[in-house]
Design a protein around this ligand. Structure first.
Ligand code: ZN
Length: 168
């Protein structure tokens, strides 16, 4: 049974560590499969559109994501490599590890990641909008970065629009 893990908040050292690559042989192990299930459970409970392993105090390079659109299935990506594509745009952003705040950040409009899925098979996800934003946000987590490091106009989420900002 999957269970909900505690989400670390800003100030915890694991959020600032560069996460380690996953040994592909580890992926099929029951404990690793449990980790993936727990990450989905934790993301949906939050609720969030993405969650990176360091956010639950596991310093490994994987994240889960579900942006709830028709084109993209919920996905886990292990050892992701990102390609940032298209022009840069300014977006409102929030983070499950920085509760209650939003700010504006410059991101690439389009992005793709390639990596391994939960069976150790190669996958690639590409898109724009919230999907691209989420991919870049999760990769930052794996590198020990938080959006607040370079966000502008960081503020408490007060308006409905601000409160509805997707978190990951
Ligand atoms: Zn985050």
């Amino acid at each position: 049974m999957p269970y909900i893990r505690e989400i670390l908040t800003d100030g915890h050292p694991t959020l600032r560590r560069v996460a380690k690559r996953v040994n592909p042989k580890e992926i099929r192990e029951p404990l690793f499969q449990q980790l993936i299930d727990d990450m989905f459970e934790t993301m949906y409970a939050a609720p969030g559109v993405g969650l990176a392993a360091p956010q639950i105090n596991v310093s490994k390079r994987l994240f889960v994501m579900d942006v709830h659109d028709d084109e993209h299935e919920p996905a886990v990506v292990i050892n992701p490599k990102i390609e940032e594509l298209g022009e840069e745009i300014e977006l409102r952003e929030g983070c499950l590890s920085v509760p209650g705040l939003v700010g504006e950040i410059v991101r690439f409009k389009r992005a793709a990641v390639s990596g391994l899925d939960r069976h150790g098979e190669k996958i690639r996800i590409e898109g724009e909008g919230l999907l691209a934003q989420c991919l870049q946000h999760e990769i930052d987590h794996l590198n020990g970065a938080l959006y607040i490091d370079r966000a502008k106009n960081l503020r408490p989420a007060v308006t409905d629009e601000e409160k509805e900002t997707a978190e990951a």
